[in-house]
Design a binder for this molecule. Structure first.
Ligand SMILES: Cc1cc2nc3c(=O)[nH]c(=O)nc-3n(C[C@H](O)[C@H](O)[C@H](O)COP(=O)(O)OP(=O)(O)OC[C@H]3O[C@@H](n4cnc5c(N)ncnc54)[C@H](O)[C@@H]3O)c2cc1C
Ligand SMILES: *[C@@H]1O[C@H](CO)[C@@H](O)[C@H](O)[C@H]1NC(C)=O
Ligand SMILES: *[C@@H]1O[C@H](CO)[C@@H](O)[C@H](O)[C@H]1NC(C)=O
Length: 569
């Protein structure tokens, strides 16, 4: 990779910045990623990984490591007070769903945010990219051709080195207080929350690691949760009190924290061995009016912050990055026009709006439930939070021939989190998985989710009538941008020779035709799956394929504002 001429500057090495950097790097896009901290943080923070986020880690090739490093979402055990040892109730947080063929990872996982970040960094390192620490974005200026960034590096002996560097694009993954959003002049409207808490990681003796331990004295504002982590003896601590002034005192020393624990649990056998991190957490509920301007974009907390209740924060942040990364890659490779980058904001804004509304709702229900002593209601989470039905059906770069006049896509109702009762499969939806496929040339078993990758589109040909014409249609796509996969129905066989580059799979267990039956039964034989695992196009045949291809790769605007020396490979 050409690391001497980085095209993209990623600012911030939290989950959002790292996922963006890794997706770009896998696409072969030269980049730099800078982090103003001198040491990486060590804390659990946003530890819950939603099913849709697990799928994303799978597409990036990280699933095995994330899985090995995590623990399942455990039930919450509420203790009776006074006494603090007797069980009052046990609440399950996420319904453990049976494995469905199209949903390979139905249940959330828990892995410390620091741990997940280190896995992401190690994969970046394998591609030759190191996060540059003690390196801060000070300011930037953009013009039609690129972005000039002022960067400040602090050396080990604390000398300041200033640098001016030029990039094609800048992505601000610099968190809620980052400079990127501020300098872009995006609004960040919302409200500060009234909800304060102390959050951190502590080593504890005297508690089992099989449940989340929860005590709640009579005042509904008082609460203590100690949640086991993937590290033995380490617990994530969440506490809130009626008087926010207490927080400073409690976090000032181990003894003070111990005194709070003794008092709140009414027990003397829970021993704090050491505090790794403990800090006040006061999330507000805010979001930007758009996700970028010109050649500068914001992802993650830089674009939206919210209550951790319902846990959408980190999950949504990495989904932002995944949505942007493939588009940015195509534009950096100079095969797609700059205008496709506008769809990042168009596709994510309604999702984040919906998400904020949902987390506010969950937060209210939680407080209400706690007040009414109805713990089940308090911990109840709508299923939609697994984000499997999050969609962007309204996006202008989709093609869906099932819907008449998709050009009128703006008219499509926006239901960004999707509905459980909607049984349609549309462009803009998550592409379902299908296991049990067999490659008829190599006889190897595979699944759709092992084929989808962040580096190309996957064209699924589902028993199409005019196969040669369709295969020819995909040769018009820029090289390397699409993988063509012929999926034969269960028991089906190939009646003609196909070029080697077309993968031929048999749907040995029938799951693929089951998952995509809505499409096939309607006479639509092509599903074009985007690099972010979203269905980009649903077509009858070559006409729809060409329409979609033109939307992505139409070059009429391509040189506008790009380096004049550039050319299409
Ligand atoms: C103390 C704390 C506790 C939290 N606890 C929880 C929790 O319990 N549950 C939960 O769901 N969420 C929690 N969150 C939120 C969760 O961590 C975020 O939603 C998530 O980290 C968002 O990822 P991100 O990559 O967008 O931003 P961040 O993780 O905030 O990453 C931004 C990075 O950019 C760096 N940076 C900032 N400015 C610059 C600059 N100018 N130049 C270079 N680098 C810069 C920062 O140092 C930081 O490393 C917590 C956050 C914090 C800070
Ligand atoms: C992600 O989703 C899971 C599953 O619902 C949730 O428990 C977790 O808190 C979320 N994580 C973040 C950081 O938002
Ligand atoms: C908490 O309880 C334990 C056990 O009784 C006791 O040893 C310890 O001193 C108490 N700590 C504080 C700070 O009150």
């Amino acid at each position: 990779m050409d690391t001497l001429n980085p095209q993209v500057l990623v600012v911030g090495s939290g989950p959002a910045g790292l996922v963006l950097a890794l997706s770009l790097a896998q696409n072969g896009i030269p980049l730099r990623i800078i982090e103003k901290r001198s040491e990486f943080h060590q804390s659990q923070r946003g530890a819950g990984v939603q099913p849709r986020s697990i799928e994303l880690y799978n597409f990036l090739g990280l699933y095995d490591e994330i899985k090995a490093g995590s623990i399942p979402l455990l039930p919450v055990r509420n203790y009776k007070l006074p006494g603090g040892t007797e069980v009052e109730s046990v609440v399950t947080l996420a319904a453990s769903i049976d494995l469905a063929p199209d949903v390979p990872y139905p249940n959330p996982l828990m892995i410390g945010q620091d741990h997940a970040e280190s896995i992401l960094r190690s994969h970046l390192a394998k591609l030759g990219i190191q996060v540059e620490r003690s390196t801060e974005l000070v300011s930037f200026q953009q013009d039609l051709n690129g972005v000039t960034a002022e960067i400040l590096k602090r050396s080990d002996d604390d000398k300041e080195i200033r640098e001016t560097a030029r990039f094609d694009f800048l992505v601000g993954a610099d968190g809620a207080r980052g400079v990127s959003r501020k300098q872009l002049g995006l609004t960040f409207l919302g409200e500060p929350t009234s909800h304060h808490s102390l959050i951190g990681d502590v080593f504890v003796k005297g508690l089992t690691a099989d449940v989340f331990h929860n005590w709640r004295p009579s005042d509904s504002k008082e609460m203590l949760v100690l949640r086991p982590t993937e590290i033995e003896g380490l617990f994530y601590i969440f506490l809130s009190t009626a008087n926010p002034a207490d927080y400073q005192k409690i976090s000032a020393s181990k003894e003070n924290l111990q005194a709070f624990i003794n008092a709140t649990t009414n027990r003397d056998d829970i021993i704090i061995e050491s505090i790794r991190t403990l800090a006040e957490f006061r999330p507000s509920v805010r979001m930007v009016n758009k996700f970028g301007e010109g050649r500068v974009f914001v992802v993650g907390d830089a674009a939206h912050v919210h209550s951790p209740a319902g846990g959408q924060g980190m999950n949504s942040s990495i989904q932002d990055s995944f949505n942007l990364a493939w588009k940015l890659s195509l534009v950096c490779r100079k095969v797609s026009p700059l205008s496709i980058l506008d769809t990042y904001s168009d596709e994510r804004l309604p999702v984040i709006q919906d998400m904020l509304a949902k987390t506010v709702e969950v937060h209210k229900k939680m407080l209400q439930g706690l007040k009414n002593k109805d713990v089940q209601a308090a911990w109840d989470r709508p299923k939609s939070l697994n984000q499997l039905r999050v969609n962007c059906r309204w996006s202008s770069i989709l093609v869906d021939e099932q819907v008449e006049d998709h050009e009128g896509a703006k008219a499509i109702a926006r239901d960004a989190y999707g509905s459980e009762t909607d049984d349609q499969l549309r462009a803009g939806d998550r592409a379902p998985d299908a296991p049990g496929l067999v490659n008829i040339r190599s006889n190897e078993k595979t699944s759709l989710f092992s084929i989808f990758k962040p580096t190309y589109h996957t064209a699924l040909l589902l028993n199409p009538p005019d196969l040669p014409a369709l295969i020819e249609a995909f040769t018009h796509w820029p090289s390397g941008t699409v993988k063509v996969v012929m999926v034969l129905p269960q028991g089906g066989s190939l009646t003609m020779d196909l070029p080697e580059y077309v993968a031929v799979l048999e749907d040995r267990e029938g799951h693929a035709y089951q998952s995509y039956k809505k499409i096939v039964n309607g006479g639509f034989h092509v599903g074009m799956i985007r690099p972010d695992g979203v269905i980009g196009g649903i077509a009858r045949g070559t006409k729809g394929v060409d329409t979609y291809q033109k939307k992505l790769f139409a070059m009429k605007f391509v040189f506008l504002g790009q380096k004049s020396s550039s050319s299409i490979d």
